[in-house]
Design a protein around this ligand. Sequence first.
Ligand SMILES: [Zn+2]
Ligand SMILES: [Zn+2]
Length: 339
Amino acid sequence: MRAAVFRQLGEPLTVEDVPEPEPAPGDLVLEVKSCGICGSDLHVSDVPPGLPPGTVMGHEFAGEVVEVGPEAPGGWKVGDRACSLPFIGCGRCAACLGGDGTACAGIQATGLGQIPGAYAERVRVGGLETLRLPDSVDFEQGATVEPLAVGLHAVRKSGLAPGANVLVIGAGPIGLATTLWARFFGARSVAVSEKAAGRLDLAARFGATHGIDASKDMPSVVFQRETGASPDVIFECVGVPGLLQECIMMAPARSKIVVVGVCMQPDTIFPGMAILKELSLDFVIAYRRDDFVFTLDMLDAERIDSKPMITDRVGLDGFAEAFEALKKPTTQCKVLLQP
Ligand SMILES: [Zn+2]
Ligand SMILES: [Zn+2]
């Protein structure tokens, strides 16, 4: 089958013929219908330590079951429509059976060098980690469940109270997902701060009550002026060095910072300032199975809509160019591969 393959840091992906996925016991194979390009894929393909040469990335996908491996749980049939959590756990430990596969000691991640990902025609997934798409949820929405679940998990973990005032740093897909769920769970105001001003229109469609052009204004000053309040929770959804300290500086006393953006470099913070303000600092990773279930339920019930996030679609031909183009500042948001 054809797949987009990582060969070397800083080099474009190459579309190659690669071996067909072979389902192990408990696994399924999906034909990939849509797979989102994730910002973290752009990052790891450019910045050391990179990935093993030959890695197929892609962890935000939906597709159709084309093969059911032996002993696969869940009664899956060929032709079923599905999306998957992008990892396969051992399937036997308490974490796996409780829907928290990210805590499984035997976890293998999809699309990061262990299990080949979905920048390909087909992908191997775990029967336990795969969920049916409701009839009303198409493959494109199915591919947005993963980033939506990241935002949901962050908002749930923040313990956000109804009526809270929220500042979201960054209007990429994760910032938008966080904005959507913060409003969903009753935030009074959700201000989104973003340096690429074109993205603020999109933030409004995801429920942002205020947009802050961070290339011009101090987010904390605009927040106070526009909402008449200070943020109770700041979600950092970018993940570049220096930003965590900026959040600490702008956070009011006894507020909370939730770190969602994944910064893969050493970063310096000044703890004394956080101590004086008695800040809470929460780090969050990924999601639980239940975050996928709830996201699918809310898409099915039309309580949320992820479509505005999708700005572009591309086939495997032209995919490497589309992937490279996203590394430069752009007004695109979620670009979907449709192999
Ligand atoms: Zn991602
Ligand atoms: Zn396990």
